[in-house]
Design a protein around this ligand. Structure first.
Ligand code: ASP
Length: 416
């Protein structure tokens, strides 16, 4: 193919630029055609269906892979335990910050996107109570859970299966672990392929949305971006710094200085996995975290700890509820926090993974998946911020654990 033709240029362009172009073109076409732009909606629906197709196998396989990648020596068990508790707690707090900011900023207020009133009344009637949600987390039949796409039940079953695979020892678990590893790899590949559809899908969705609702959708998007970026800053500057100061008794300024390289890499690549080499290097060389702790805690964190993604899910879930005029109950908020915390374990550290997980959170609380259409167009801008927080969170936890295990070189940390 001649690389200088428009088609050649398009095929060489990186995905996020294509998505940006798809979004802008969609908005323009929608503005020009008005409600007639709905003819492009099927392309968007195809994309959304393809995303939904990924969720169950992706979550199931990558969770099992995440858990079984923890090898079972005593010390690893202890460090792994500490890491997981810290990862969960920091993630839950991140979602709460996201929800709080979205409640204050109200990015979706006044958007008045329509859901079928009959459907939402039914959904409200069907909405489970918190205790019911908690009890219902354990699937009576895991195959039913997989078939019905009940994510909380799938997560619980995958956690149980993953832990059991670790417990039966490497020799017995090897064939199953190998199978799940290979399935997970294939699902990552399939995700990459589906994401190639994103520019077209987002074009179709944006044309339809802006044709139907006019330019009024743009301002709320700026507010969503604002909420995610403000949340990201608060999470690092106040929460992480506070944890280091009060729990670790360490000077947070050193940490803030040491994270600058990995932060720059994650901001530009939007991939925690891709940033891992930079994260490990900075933790060892600039913060004095031992090889053992950084080599174990950081890869684990890059796979299962996603504070930024969780914060973004809090902001976006509430934004979508506001945009569609859906009131959330306390049980819904609790479900969002729980699902997003657990789902963060299953989020792959690659660009765009958080968007797929958002569809999971939305479907668990019964919010319209169509809401994805509005945030998908700005997802890359949000991904840059959330990946940076994901990486900074991993490093904060690595420092705290190294300190508690007496594996932090204070001379190096204080020199940073
Ligand atoms: N891109 C993020 C990461 O790699 C995951 C996400 O999309 O939220 O950490």
């Amino acid at each position: 193919m001649n690389l200088h033709t428009p088609l050649g240029l398009w095929s060489r362009m990186v995905l996020w630029k294509k998505i940006g172009i798809g979004m802008v073109l969609g908005i323009i076409v929608g503005a020009l055609m008005g409600p007639d732009a709905a003819i492009f909606k099927p392309i968007g629906s195809l994309f959304i269906n393809a995303i939904k197709m990924l969720i169950v196998p992706l979550v199931f396989c990558s969770l099992i892979v995440g858990i079984t990648s923890m090898k079972d020596t005593r010390k690893m068990g202890r460090i792994g335990g500490k890491a997981i508790v810290l990862y969960m707690v920091t993630t839950a707090i991140a979602i709460a910050i996201g929800l709080g900011l979205s409640a204050i900023i109200q990015p979706g207020a006044g958007l008045n996107m329509a859901v079928d009133p009959a459907k939402s009344a039914q959904a409200a009637k069907d909405a489970p109570t918190l205790i019911h949600t908690l009890l219902n987390m354990v699937p009576k039949n895991p195959i039913n859970a997989l078939a019905a796409g009940n994510i909380l039940q799938i997560i619980v079953f995958a956690l149980g299966l993953g832990i059991s695979l670790v417990l039966i020892g490497e020799e017995k678990s090897a064939p199953a672990v190998k199978l799940f590893n290979s399935l997970a790899e294939a699902m990552y590949k399939l995700t990459e392929i589906v994401m190639k559809l994103a520019p077209y899908g987002i074009f179709g969705l944006m044309a339809w949305v802006s044709g139907k609702y006019g330019m009024d959708v743009l301002w709320p998007l700026i507010k969503v971006i604002g909420a995610v970026y403000i949340g990201a800053l608060l999470h690092v500057l106040i929460f992480y710094s506070g944890m280091l100061t009060f729990v670790g008794r360490l000077n947070p300024m050193r940490y803030l200085k040491a994270i600058r390289n990995p932060a720059a890499v994650s901001f530009t690549t939007s991939s925690s996995s891709g940033t891992l080499p930079a994260t490990i290097k900075a933790s060892r060389e600039e913060m004095g975290v031992s090889e053992g702790v950084s080599g174990f805690v950081l890869p684990l964190g890059a796979t299962i700890n996603m504070d930024g993604t969780a914060l973004y899910q809090g902001v976006c879930a509430l934004f979508i509820a506001q945009a569609f005029g859906i009131d959330l109950s306390m049980a819904d908020y609790a479900t969002i926090i729980l699902t997003a915390t657990l789902a963060s374990i299953g989020t792959a550290g690659v660009p765009g993974a958080g968007l797929i997980m958002l569809s999971l959170v939305l479907s668990t609380v019964g919010l319209p998946i169509e809401g994805l259409a509005i945030v998908a167009g700005i997802d890359r801008i949000l991904d840059m911020a959330r990946t940076t927080i994901n990486v900074c969170g991993d490093m904060m936890v690595a420092v705290l654990i190294a300190k508690s295990e007496k594996e932090l070189d204070h001379d190096v940390y204080n020199k940073a």
